[in-house]
Design a protein around this ligand. Structure first.
Ligand code: SAM
Length: 239
């Protein structure tokens, strides 16, 4: 997958060389380039913002540098992703959808966001998706892109050593994951549940499923309500 990111703070993306994301890049599973929006300015101050039409607080990102950036970086395979608190909520399903794309172009807004005409014009030549991380407001789109890129990259083929982890983790099947434990078996008088030490894989799987159901019901009843009843067995219903 190819990813281009445009921002006025390219330094924000230094961590993308670390850990499994850095490894995915080193192994060419992810081809990533970060661009400074100011490359596409032409005045001495390298201006990217101006006052809003209609008045109001703050500044808005001017359309010209964004238009030139998209002209330079987009092609027939591009999907433009614009972080915005007004966008579609970022979920594991959307991460899967984006992980299936050939080329993602992320446009990081700052100030009060990007002039709407940039998105309207781009929508005439490529799919455009505004994406929100949640119901709160950040300073800029950079952190949102870091979050999205982590979630997307771990779904790319070959990135996780054991791809089974993707099937068992939270949000893979509409549930939150059961609690996890490691050694020692007793720590500060707290014991790992006996069943996890029993070696009985059938019982362990059932226990984990029950714990996932109970935890999801307690913490995220909205997820339980959204479960497809056809995916529940008799024991699930009893839990
Ligand atoms: N004036 C905008 C509004 O009220 O909808 C908020 C602009 S915010 C200060 C600046 C930039 O941060 C946005 O253009 C967007 O790129 C990013 N941003 C802020 N909150 C976000 C969120 N919840 N999800 C994704 N991106 C966000």
């Amino acid at each position: 997958m190819r990813v281009d990111v445009v921002s006025i703070f390219p330094e924000y993306f230094a961590p993308l060389g670390l850990s499994l994301l850095g490894k995915a890049r080193a192994e060419s599973r992810l081809e990533l380039a970060v661009h400074d929006l100011r490359t596409w300015t032409h005045d001495v101050h390298r201006t990217v913002d101006d006052t809003p039409y209609g008045g109001g607080a703050g500044m808005v990102m001017r359309p010209e540098p964004w238009g030139e950036a998209l002209d330079a970086l987009a092609d027939g395979r591009t999907r433009l992703v614009v972080p915005a608190p007004t966008g579609r909520l970022f979920t594991q399903d959307l991460a899967h959808e984006l992980a299936a794309e050939e080329h993602l172009l992320f446009a990081c807004g700052r100030y009060e966001g990007i002039d709407q005409r940039v998105l309207d014009h781009a929508a005439g030549r490529m799919p455009v998706t505004e994406v929100s991380l949640g119901d709160y407001v950040l300073f800029g789109g950079e952190v949102a892109v870091l979050v999205m890129l982590e979630a997307i990259t771990r779904l790319l083929p070959g990135v996780l050593g054991n791809s089974a982890s993707l099937d068992e983790e939270s949000h893979a099947n509409g549930l939150l994951e059961a609690p996890m434990y490691t050694k020692p078996a007793v720590w500060r008088e707290l014991e790992v549940p006996e069943i996890l030490r029993s070696g009985d894989h059938g019982k362990i799987a059932r226990w984990r499923r029950d714990q996932a159901l109970l935890r999801t019901a307690a913490r995220r009843p909205d997820l339980v309500a959204a479960l497809d009843p056809a995916t529940l067995d008799k024991k699930d219903r009893a839990t």
